[in-house]
Design a protein around this ligand. Structure first.
Ligand code: SAM
Length: 263
């Protein structure tokens, strides 16, 4: 595991708009704090069994979590009885996920894989691919987004399903930031807020109780744009939920969750 403790965005942090940023953003000290930021118990309470229900309704068994992070969804899905493989491009994240799973009595199957070349590193086909926790936002150019979606598509069985979520960036871009932090960032005493937002960058600051701060540079995905890309890559029947609900006012949800069929 890399022992890097400091993030380094250089002199012009808002110029850092590259897909590869994620490799240096999730430094060890940030990853170690990540679980304070996304307190597992309150997160589990706010999400309920939404993902488990969507997967069960489709008869999914084999699930590939492509953005395992520290392992929250992978562990939830293992505990719900799914056959889960956990992938992530960050070895720090995977190490943390494995450790978190082991503490809960599970041996997590992990694979380090960048989405752009996913099928080089994973084996077989899956009934579902999940890409959760506002992860797809890390891709900074359209080619990478198309490539990643195409890789998710081909990792699926013919009747497979993709579940991919994102922050409601339309609301942030059009109306400003007003998250109640109910769904994902529910750790106590951790503040999460955008530091800079334009059509090509959402730079968020994460401030922890010990006064340490970290940043993530992300691409502000508009909802209609993501749905169009998914459709163009071949996904069908794309349903988009707002904070886990089928009906919502466009600017109200913090997060959108896209559920799309391969065929
Ligand atoms: N799903 C987890 C959660 O909800 O807690 C983690 C979310 S975290 C915001 C985003 C994750 O996506 C990180 O673990 C990061 O390493 C991973 N990631 C970002 N870009 C990636 C890429 N191109 N390929 C593979 N993993 C990537």
């Amino acid at each position: 595991m890399s022992a890097t403790m400091q993030q380094d965005f250089g002199d012009q942090p808002i110029e850092r708009r590259e897909t590869d940023n994620y490799r240096s953003e999730y430094v060890k000290s940030f990853v170690d704090k990540w679980d304070d930021l996304i307190d597992w118990d309150s997160r589990a309470r706010s999400e309920g069994d939404f993902f488990i229900q969507v997967l069960k309704d489709r008869g999914a068994r084999r699930v590939l979590d492509v953005a395992a992070g520290t392992g929250f969804h992978s562990v939830q899905l293992i505990e719900a009885g799914f056959d889960v493989v956990s992938a992530d491009g960050s070895p720090e994240m995977l190490a943390k996920a494995f450790e978190n799973a082991r503490r809960r009595g599970h041996i997590m199957r992990t694979t380090q894989a960048d989405w752009r070349w996913l099928n080089r590193d994973i084996y077989g086909r899956y009934d579902a691919v999940v890409c959760l926790g506002n992860s797809f936002t890390h891709l900074f150019n359209e080619n990478d987004r198309r490539k990643a979606l195409a890789e998710f598509y081909s990792a699926l069985n013919h009747d497979g399903v993709l579940i991919l979520d994102q922050r409601n960036y339309d609301a942030i871009l059009d109306h400003g930031y007003s998250s109640s932090h109910t769904y994902y960032y529910c750790g106590d005493n951790v503040s999460v807020a955008p530091e800079h937002v334009d059509e090509g960058l959402a730079r968020f600051e994460y401030r922890f109780p010990d006064k340490s701060t970290y940043h993530l540079n992300m691409f502000p995905l508009r909802k209609a744009y993501v749905r169009r890309l998914m459709r163009e890559v071949g996904f069908q029947n794309i349903d988009t939920y707002g904070d886990f609900k089928e009906t919502y006012r466009e600017h109200e949800p913090d997060f959108f969750i896209h559920v799309a069929d391969k065929h």
